[in-house]
Design a protein around this ligand. Structure first.
Ligand code: ADP
Ligand code: ZN
Length: 221
């Protein structure tokens, strides 16, 4: 089973993606997490990716597609979080899955108003432990102990690109490039829109339940 998470930066792709993985026993493939790990280790890939990520730009398709295909080769099903982000990436994924006789089960589109996204992203913290990577929000979804991960006890850190200037650029890139994927997948009848509004108190549990329903419906088809 292959599930794609669509949604702007800060929409909760990682959080809901993690819930889907636990529930359906799938592997979480988050391109942003992979890039951040490569940057931390200052690998060739990391150094290259950092040039783009630090400006809130997309890493070039060629690099990203190669990376994802290599990861997918090792897996039998995944939740794709942060990939595809361009039409180019989406069609590469289609060809890849096709060649393996596999298909996308559902595309979850987390729909959050822009004004909420800036607030959510600027108060986000993530677990520093790479095998955990749990995400929290100091305003809306705090950890039990400040600065400490509920799941594994590691320190919580802020992402280098979660600063207002870069967030604004990431949102711009999202609207210019990634939003086109909504139509792309709607036409393929794979899109499952999930509306979220923090001020109308959509909780993580609500969103998770709605998402599982959408996936279950697809599995039953
Ligand atoms: P967010 O959705 O909050 O922006 P991610 O962790 O998914 O966070 O991505 C962080 C950054 O990593 C992006 O701003 C981009 O620079 C890079 N990145 C992640 N996935 C891709 C992708 N599929 N294509 C190109 N760049 C990517
Ligand atoms: Zn943790």
């Amino acid at each position: 089973m292959y599930i794609i998470m669509l949604g702007a930066p800060g929409s909760g792709k990682g959080t809901i993606g993690t819930e889907i993985c636990k529930h359906y026993n799938l592997t979480h493939l988050a391109t942003g997490d992979i890039f951040r790990e490569e940057i931390k280790n200052q690998t060739e890939l990391g150094k290259e990716a950092e040039k783009y990520i630090s400006q809130g730009k997309l890493v070039p398709d060629e690099i990203t597609i190669k990376l994802v295909e290599k990861q997918l080769d090792e897996l039998d099903g995944a939740v794709l979080d942060g990939f595809p982000r361009t039409i180019e990436q989406a069609s590469a994924l289609d060809s890849y899955l096709n060649s393996k006789g596999k298909a996308i089960t559902a595309v979850i589109d987390l729909n959050v108003p822009d004004e909420d996204l800036v607030v959510r992203t600027s108060s986000r913290v993530i677990c520093s432990n790479k095998t955990c990577r749990a995400a929290y929000n100091t305003k809306f979804m705090p950890s039990k102990v400040e600065g400490v991960c509920d799941v594994c006890g590691s320190a919580l850190i802020r992402r280098a690109d979660d600063v207002p200037e870069i967030i604004r650029n990431r949102l711009k890139v999202y609207h210019e490039e990634t939003e086109q994927l909504i139509n792309y997948y709607r036409e393929k009848e794979l899109l499952e829109p999930i509306d979220i509004n923090i001020y109308s108190e959509t909780t993580r549990e609500d969103t998770t339940a709605k998402t599982f329903n959408a996936i279950d419906k697809r599995i039953a088809e």
